[in-house]
Design a protein around this ligand. Structure first.
Ligand SMILES: [Zn+2]
Length: 256
């Protein structure tokens, strides 16, 4: 009996400490995501990603003026392996402490049915741009509650995965592909960003970066800092697996 217990404890210890296996023996995954469909994504982020052969995921709202004005350019980047992700039509958020949230776009008064209908409509819009029928989602403001109800379960049939916020995971055990943690920082230092990558590497897990403006604007990341991060990931590609959010999430789901 005692031997059996020891065997079971050993098996449990091994299974909970088993390292998640990333492709090609990589030690961690790195994902670059960009929110709100901004011109600087097309003008700065994409050219830098292309320079290093890296892929980005662009969580674009339906109301993005850039998506309206430069539709062909957004379509073209998806042909090069970048991803257009769903970020709603109108960018509703919980307005608590957010003066900029208009009453009609406040998730506190949206119904769950309303946000799901908006997300489906945004999927139709993005499909018209890139032709894709599989899509990932970036929760606006990281919020997943409408009118007091967590609507996460209602979106599982229309998305592959969804990005939320939170710290670098310590383990891939129990990794939530419907509320993935992501890292965001305003005017970050390059050392700060590299530290996130190194933490993911030490843990054998993943860092999902959430950027907004690149090269000037709100929640900004400086052009050279962004470039240095891409260069670092590119130079350490033996250790770091990087792809679009949807592709990395598919890999995680298949190997969890
Ligand atoms: Zn946003």
């Amino acid at each position: 009996m005692r031997t059996l217990l020891i065997v079971l404890l050993t098996v449990f210890a091994f299974s909970s400490n088993a390292q998640f296996e990333w492709p090609n023996g990589a030690k961690a995954a790195v994902v670059f995501t960009y929110d709100d469909g901004l011109d600087c994504h097309l003008d700065i982020a994409v050219p830098q990603l292309d320079e290093f052969g890296l892929k980005g995921t662009f969580f674009c709202t339906g109301k993005s003026p850039s998506l309206y004005n430069r539709t062909e350019e957004w379509r073209a980047i998806t042909k090069r392996g970048h991803e257009l992700g769903n970020h709603t039509l109108f960018h509703p958020c919980d307005g608590t402490g957010r003066d900029w949230v208009k009453p009609e776009y406040d998730l506190r008064t949206y119904t769950p049915e309303q946000i799901v209908a908006e997300l489906k409509t945004a999927n139709t819009l993005l499909k018209a741009v890139d032709g894709n029928t599989e899509r990932s989602y970036g929760y606006t403001c990281g919020h997943f509650v409408a009118n007091g109800v967590d609507f996460t379960d209602s979106i599982k049939s229309i998305f592959v995965a969804a990005r939320c916020d939170g710290p670098i995971p310590e383990t891939m055990d129990g990794y939530k592909t419907w509320k993935t943690p992501s890292y965001t920082s305003v005017d970050p230092d390059i050392n700060d960003l590299i530290a996130q990558v190194e933490e993911a590497k030490a843990n054998g897990t993943i860092v999902v970066f959430m950027f907004h403006s690149v090269g000037g604007g709100y929640l900004n990341t400086a052009t050279d800092v962004h470039k240095k991060l891409l260069q670092y990931v590119s130079e350490n590609s033996d250790d770091l697996y990087s792809d679009s959010f949807i592709n990395v999430m598919k890999y995680v789901k298949e190997n969890q």
